[in-house]
Write a protein that binds this ligand. Structure first.
Ligand code: ZN
Length: 315
């Protein structure tokens, strides 16, 4: 059975794993992402791959990175969390790694993994929405990962949902990810703590009384523990999620939406309001088949599983 290595490069850690043809991860290793240094980051990736390929014979390596990846699947045009600007990542790693390397957008890789092995198995048109720091997007149509003409499609997070709305890191205003993401969770919780310490007392307890320590994962934890303030923040966010999905459905008409990323760990607290807002906003509602909205199945390893599978299939 041909094995491949998938590498998921996050803002804080590099996670690498050996993946078999059924999408099972049979070995992993991790490193810290070395800040913003291009050469050091590449050395860390090569080191993680070399550790794993010392223990397993692998046919290819897939790298999943946040950012705009050119459709040569070799060049990182721009990465928001790392220092890569027009970086020929595949060629920079090729000598050190010694087997074929493919570079993919991390959200595309996760979408492919859910299509091949997870919640979107056997779905002809699958849209993946990953709710992390921002929103990652992917689309698989009839067994093909859709990348757009230049490799930079499916950036759903930067659809404008509120004209002149909140300022986004991309420079525009009112982008979807400013209303539905881990960043939005933390921001809403901090706003609540500023305005109403009474309503936010449970959240503040989890954050040791420090507003700056109120993060998205803490809001998720509070919501799962039943804190009404955190649940309300999730309900509001779920509605934004559902409205955005209705916009996507108007264009793409998918079989299924798969919702992943850390924010989705709240499960039905997010999905129920999302489904309600989705069905209330969907164009042609009542007179059309409706896409299913499902939670992702592969968890935080989706990116590396997808990157490995895409690399194996390419070579
Ligand atoms: Zn934006």
């Amino acid at each position: 059975m041909a094995l491949a290595i998938g590498v998921d490069i996050g803002g804080t850690k590099v996670l690498a794993g050996v993946v078999d043809e059924d999408g099972a991860v049979i070995d992993t290793t991790r490193r810290l992402t070395p800040g913003h240094d291009v050469a050091e980051t590449e050395a860390v990736i090569a080191d993680a791959v070399s550790e794993l390929s010392g223990r397993h014979q692998v046919a290819a390596v897939g790298i999943g990175a946040a950012g705009w990846i050119a459709n040569d699947r070799a060049t990182v045009l721009f990465s928001p969390h790392l220092a890569w600007r027009n970086e020929p990542l595949r060629d920079a790693l090729a000598d050190a790694i010694g087997v074929p390397v493919v570079v993919e957008n991390d959200a595309n890789a996760a979408a492919w993994a859910e299509y091949r092995f997870g919640a979107a198995r056997d779905c002809p048109v699958a849209v993946m929405v990953t709710l992390g720091t921002g929103i990652g997007g992917g689309l698989v149509v009839a067994g093909v990962l859709y990348r757009g003409a230049y490799g930079v499609g499916c950036e759903y997070g930067h659809m404008t949902v509120v004209p002149d709305g909140r300022r986004c890191a991309c420079g525009n205003r009112g982008c979807w990810e400013m209303y539905a993401s881990g960043t939005a969770l933390a921001r809403d919780a901090r706003e609540l703590a500023d305005i109403s310490p009474v309503a936010a007392h449970q959240l503040m307890k989890l954050a040791d009384g420090e507003v700056e320590l109120l993060t998205g994962p803490l809001v998720t934890q509070a919501a799962r523990e039943g804190d009404p303030a955190a649940i309300e923040i999730y309900t509001t966010m779920g509605r934004w999620l559902g409205r955005g999905l209705a916009n996507l459905a108007a264009v793409i008409d998918p079989t299924v939406f798969v919702i992943g990323g850390g924010v989705s760990e709240a499960g039905d607290l997010l999905l129920a309001p999302a489904q309600q807002a989705f069905s209330e906003s969907l164009t042609g509602r009542g007179f059309r088949p409706v896409a299913e909205v499902r939670l992702a199945e592969l968890g935080p390893q989706a990116g590396l599983v997808g990157a490995a599978d895409l690399a194996r299939r390419r070579h």
